[in-house]
Design a protein around this ligand. Sequence first.
Ligand code: CA
Length: 370
Amino acid sequence: MSDKNTRRKFLQYLGVGAASCTVTSCNEQTSHQAKSPSVVSDQIFNWKMITTWPKNFPGLGTGAEFLAQTIKEMSNGRLNIKVYGAGEIVPALEIFDAVTAGTAEMGHGSAYYWKGKNPALQFFSTVPFGMSANEMNAWLYHGGGMELWQRAYKPFGLVPMAAGNTMVQMGGWFNKQINSVEDLQGLKMRIPGLGGEVLRLAGGTPVNIPGGDLFVSLQKGVIDATEWVGPYNDLAFGLHKAAKYYYSPGWHEPGTTLECFINEEAYNSLPGDLQSIVRNAARVANQDMMLEYVARNNDALETLVNEHKVDVREFPADVIEKLRALSEQVVADVVGSDPFAREIYDSYQGFLAKSKAWYNLSERAYLNMR
Ligand code: CA
């Protein structure tokens, strides 16, 4: 089949303008018409996606690649996105500003990295003791969360989309046992977002350093402890070679949303069908990353425990209760700082309250009896 026939079939499959617009006639559209959402354009877009992850890092970096590849396939090569690892164009934690500035059209990270812009942005990553991955996605897609996220990124000229989720993370790697909250005092730990502020209230010192620097920082004693993600990602960095104890659960990150964000001007320059492809490819990537984490964490935990003899422990109940109380304080501080933060959190918390009632009768009830 010729390329033209393939293209025509693809357009028919999409049902976008296929009845009124042949490939030839679309080629003759003016550039102004091509930008109208109802018209299919043959214009080729070549974009850059900059990320906070090491290039092709399992789950996160590969999730960004998966998104770019899916968009390329779905658009039949009309939107090509080259993915760059952290530091290749700008350092990991500078991608937000760089996409606002138009240095690249897309970024891939997580919203809590941008808390310096506005503490309320952290609610679009994860909240300690907050929503699971399923709940977070339900809130974003069907509970009003996405509209709030779009409003929150609008002042920065960015269009956000959920593009992955790690599921429940692990509590982190420590070189001493955590038997009481006092054991957290004086601890210099890599832990981002709201969880980091909780550690600060518990007497520790939170730092945020990019994932790629974690192993060396921990090994050289620049930090005393670190969390990263979970067995799949932590094994890839070899964190078990730099710390003795691996604590569960990730109270601070119960279902962290990964994001892609797009320069608003670049997004608006896409014809409507490509905008739809980007949005829906992000939904596919979001789902796929979650499932990859479920499958690979299972394998990696087995390797860490059986092959590397990692000492896996659970935080004591009284430590968790103290961290829960401090988390409520941290969230209250953010919510009290800004009316929009309150609006976002009221929506988040309202959804979570209802979800807890149903989850207690469904997921939790089932898991407890399994
Ligand atoms: Ca983490």
